[in-house]
Design a binder for this molecule. Sequence first.
Ligand SMILES: NC(=O)c1ccc[n+]([C@@H]2O[C@H](COP(=O)([O-])OP(=O)(O)OC[C@H]3O[C@@H](n4cnc5c(N)ncnc54)[C@H](OP(=O)(O)O)[C@@H]3O)[C@@H](O)[C@H]2O)c1
Length: 275
Amino acid sequence: VIPLTLAPLGFIGGGVMAEAIVARLVGSGLYAPELITVSDPSVERLQLLEQAYGVSTTPRNQELVARVSHLVLAIKPQVLNAIAPEVSALAQPPALVISILAGTPLARLESLFPKSPVIRAMPNTPATVGVGMTVIALGSQVGEQERGIAEAIFQCVGEVLCLEESYLDAVTGLSGSGPAFVAVAVEALADAGVSVGLPRAVALKLATQTVRGTAELIHQGELHPALLKDRVASPGGTTIAGLVALEQANFRHALIAAVQAAYHRSRALAQLPEA
Ligand SMILES: NC(=O)c1ccc[n+]([C@@H]2O[C@H](COP(=O)([O-])OP(=O)(O)OC[C@H]3O[C@@H](n4cnc5c(N)ncnc54)[C@H](OP(=O)(O)O)[C@@H]3O)[C@@H](O)[C@H]2O)c1
């Protein structure tokens, strides 16, 4: 991979999501480790990131901001108010601010960082294993170059879509919360396996690999899920018997209701006053 940009990149917050992104930015060769700096209050955390990925670190956000031109905010949303003045204090504002903070609108980010183009990104947990789904929404000052940088960064941890910000509550309901819904499905399949006599470890392996393989089949084959289901269900067979049981239990409706509930909760949280 040819490095996309030689612009130094900084992460404020060196937690789970920042590590997932840093690991793959460096691992893929998109960024040389010398170009990346991470700040975090925990010195142990910083030592770990330095040793594992060869990146630079500092416990002081202001020092980080002075060193980099592109910035990723990877702190918890509650910390945003505290770090914003540290970013804005410098004469030279970052040439790009990317926020992965859940539920923090572009309007708020743009008012906190008025001199920088701002991109809001919503990654999901599978990003930590490189199979994430990230949706980005562009602030008003963002051009093609900034968009390209954000897309390249998140392509390192999976797939990226650029959408209007108005979709982000729906995105939160589906790809943001979805890993938890799928995890419950895997757990239930494993329980089911145990209920019909499989040892627990075997049942969990079968359940996990079945969900993984089915998603891959739909993804790689660009196959409509209904077509895959029809191919597996032979007349009078075992699969159609199971499908009938799923319909009786309102399985589809349960998933639809879960995504709708997460979407409504995301909208409600956005209405709450800032902490
Ligand atoms: N994990 C996900 O799947 C996911 C998905 C979508 C969006 N997000 C968003 O990503 C953001 C980070 O999530 P995460 O899971 O990576 O959280 P996390 O593991 O808690 O990481 C946040 C890091 O920021 C550090 N921090 C706290 N105060 C700071 C300060 N003033 N300056 C610099 N760093 C500071 C924390 O240190 P301490 O622990 O010592 O306080 C922690 O290491 C959140 O806003 C979340 O909404 C996460």
